[in-house]
Write a protein that binds this ligand. Structure first.
Ligand code: PLP
Length: 463
């Protein structure tokens, strides 16, 4: 294994980038004085400073300095129709003009329609909306613990379910400690002790964990398509084993579909595996660009949140916000109506992008592989993550395969790749992203040229 030192290249990239973006730099100086690290989401901040976006349409965004960037981050993977799709903006503008857009503190008809669509397309009996994926997974676990009267929360290493108490263990890969690390200070120690971390796509380990903890397990929470943990689909066997074991031990099966929901079909991803979870969480795409998330699933569990129930999932000020619910209903209706065009096209585009990324680096002698390809359950995928494994043919089916620095060159698909691509007017966050319906073949060609330039530059820098 030959490791590379990118210090010099990174320095070069940072100064080129800083020189071409004086307006973003000036805004960054102001931001640093009042915002923590200059922003409100760590992943969106970078050194020397992030591009500040002034406008976003379809596949492209424009920064304050006037650079048009081909964007595959697409609203933190929320924008499956591209930025600001007219179908949603027109509906929201009309609602604002009609006086039903901003907060009312009442309930209206949009959330009924959004809930009807969500239930119809996911097999859920009840849904409750909230305002972030983080809150949805927190409430789902709260419901599971109350329903079962048990404490232990089983999750998978690398699984990101938002920064909430039961989800802050086992996110990042930490050397010998693997995925047993707690990612934040300030958590009650009892919470950390209650979280048991298993390995993604490892049915044997899951069986062993249920054998050990099954009678104390409130739930097993897992993404049917692993997002931040490496962009890889679960195997059919893994999700079926999860269903069998949770049923056998009386634990609640929670599918976190905040990324996966409506990403691969106009509905939940569990259906593609023929597995119905007890609860599922949704976010991102379902909001149509607005902050909407949901817990959906069995009525007997969700009804614990009813007025007569025992779980304080009673809602927040902005739960069921009118314009957000309208955007959600509009997006869901659109995806359902156009399902047969949208998803096959996105799958083709996803294949094309993954191939472009791999080939651009391979052709310069840099071994690169993408995750995000479909499998026998998932017919195709618009989502991708680029990795640089040291060894050809190494399996990339669980987070430790791609985040262990002994297996992949993790330094390369961080800031180095991101900055080098930004200088080519392409925006991909830390090697991962997704195609939207707004991306075209011309965009693929643009991406290809950009990746080839970056790969050439990298080859030269490595010497
Ligand atoms: C699978 C998954 N669950 C939960 C969350 C948290 O959602 P949010 O960022 O909307 O709070 C995310 C966010 O990326 C996610 O990818």
């Amino acid at each position: 294994m030959k490791t590379h030192d990118y210090t010099h290249l990174l320095g070069e990239l940072r100064s080129e980038y800083a020189a071409r973006a004086p307006k973003s730099a000036a805004l960054n100086e102001r931001a640093q004085r009042v915002l923590v690290d200059g922003g409100s989401h760590t992943l969106r901040l970078m050194q020397p400073f992030p591009p500040r976006i002034a406008a976003a349409h379809g596949a492209w965004v424009t920064d304050e300095d006037g650079h048009r960037l081909l964007d595959f981050w697409q609203g933190h993977l929320a924008n499956i129709l591209g930025h600001n799709p007219e179908v949603v903006t027109a509906a929201v503008l009309q609602a604002l003009a009609d006086g039903v857009g901003l907060q009312t503190g009442f309930t209206e008809r949009y959330q009924v329609e959004a809930a009807e669509l969500l239930c119809a397309r996911t097999g859920a009996e009840r849904v409750r909306f909230t305002t972030s994926g983080t809150l949805s997974t927190m409430y789902a676990i709260l419901l599971a613990r109350a329903f079962t009267g048990r404490d232990v929360v089983l999750k998978v290493g690398g699984g990101w379910h938002g920064a909430q108490p039961w989800a802050l263990k086992g996110i990042g890969y930490h050397g010998e400690q693997g995925y047993q690390h707690v990612e934040t200070a300030g958590l009650p120690s009892a919470v950390c002790a209650e979280v048991v971390v298993s390995r993604f796509n490892d049915p044997g380990m899951l069986r062993e964990h249920f054998r050990q903890y099954g009678d104390r397990a409130a739930c097993f929470i897992v993404e049917p398509f692993m997002g931040a943990g490496g962009f890889m689909p679960a195997t059919r066997e893994y999700l079926q084993t999860a269903r069998e074991l949770t049923t056998q031990y009386g634990a609640v099966l929670i599918f976190d579909e905040v990324i996966a929901g409506f990403r691969f079909r106009a509905g939940d991803t569990g259906a593609l595996y023929g597995v119905q979870p007890d609860l599922a969480t949704f976010g991102k795409i379902i909001g149509g660009g607005m902050p909407v998330a949901a817990v959906a699933g069995r009525a007997d569990i969700l009804n614990l949140a009813s007025r007569a129930g025992r779980v304080k999932f009673s809602g927040g000020t902005y739960s069921g916000h009118p314009a957000s619910m309208l955007a959600a209903a509009t997006m869901l209706r659109y995806l359902v109506a156009h399902e047969t065009e949208i998803y096959p096209r996105l799958a083709v585009l996803g294949d094309r992008i993954r191939q472009i990324l791999e080939d651009a680096f391979l052709d310069e002698g840099i071994y690169a592989r993408c995750t995000g390809w479909g499998n026998d359950a998932l017919p195709g995928s618009s989502i991708f993550m680029l990795h640089f494994p040291y060894q050809e043919g190494h399996p990339l089916s669980a987070p430790d395969d791609v985040f262990d620095p002994a297996v992949c060159d993790v330094a390369l698909n961080g800031d180095v790749l991101q900055l080098a691509l930004l200088l080519e007017n392409v925006h991909i966050t830390h090697g991962h992203g997704a195609a939207s319906t707004a991306h075209t073949e011309d965009d693929a060609v643009f991406l290809e040229a950009a990746c080839r330039n970056v790969a050439r530059r990298l080859r030269k820098a490595r010497g």
